[in-house]
Design a binder for this molecule. Sequence first.
Ligand code: GCU
Length: 413
Amino acid sequence: MVRHVLSAFGALVMISTLHVDFPPIDKLPAHKDLPDPLVMLDGKRVATKAQWAKERRPELKKLFQHYMYGEFPPPVKVTAKVEHEDPKALGGKATLRDITLTLGGKHKVQLLLVIPNNRSGPAPVFVGLNFAGNHTVLDHPGIRVPTSWMYGNRKGVKNNRATEGGRGSQIDTWAVADIIDRGFALATVYSGDIEPDRADVREGVQAAFDQGKRPEAWGTIAAWAWGIHRILDYLVTLPEVDAARMIVVGHSRLGKTALLAGALDERIAVVMPHQAGMGGTAPSRGTVGESIKRINTSFPHWFNGNYKLFNDAPEKLPFDQHCLVALCAPRPVLFTNAQEDTWANPDGQFEVLRAADPVYRLLGAGGLEAKSRPKLDTLTDGALGYWIRAGKHSMTREDWQIFVDYAAKHAKK
Ligand code: GCU
């Protein structure tokens, strides 16, 4: 279906369910505040669930890819090989598997899957990328050490490669024993196995499934999120895992990734970006903490070329991050934060949820139940959830208690 409409910026544009015109930035209208998520790019108001599903949602998906994260390539075939299995891991409580996934016949990643043994049916599963290798998440000899490029400042890393020295060094960051005790499985991959986090992109999926040097081509956050989608392709084939209860979680840059993955893939039941901040859960128009210009300067590879056009003009973005949250609707989304982590703008993140709320209400999914930002340690656990604790930028066992509580409430059978 193609319609001709007069756009907000005066030009005649064609809009169809399959096609979105992407105006150059000087033709985009300025929005000082967060733009209304229920108004289309051409100015038309979205009043029904059907309009949201058929028009606005597809439009937003395309706008985010075009102006910010870059284009997601189509799915590729995923094959799996179990390299090691321990049916009595964690003192007999869990089955642990170290698996190689091969994406599109050419790119390999190592997946760690831990499934609770004490369960009456398929287990809900947390899916998330880690920063330092699967071998850091649990002290278990069956988990391989990654061979891809790694951050130099992680325990046991020498010349940007992981070593045995890091084994078990992130046990509290992932709290696997607690996750298993509460009846959840965990699927995790080292982010660098999908795409190493460096400006000189050459070892990961961006090179393997090359989109050329176009301003719309995918950045590293999109590459990581696409990698999560491929992990899901495999998980949904497993009888031990409940495909209707897949919860995506991630910290910081990997929290930005979790939110993007959730926004673009409706198989994800619950979305939990932790301290994700700028480019994730914080408003791009925010004035606290990191700015678009700063993130694009420090991490030029995370977003696409077009996003840099907004460095000095955030008001020109045709969306803000509340629209990414809205793409998750009606599925539950939890933002979690730490008081001292002002770089991630915890207050601005609450405003992002508030601005996504009308879309949840339109879809009859509840929304944000708190009127103002909750106090420390007070979980507001509606379909749009928020929690903030004391302390710094980190992911801890305490955070996992909240993740699991929220997931137990919202990822129902
Ligand atoms: C930097 C960056 C943030 C990011 C964080 C992280 O602080 O500026 O945007 O979230 O790293 O990933 O830890």
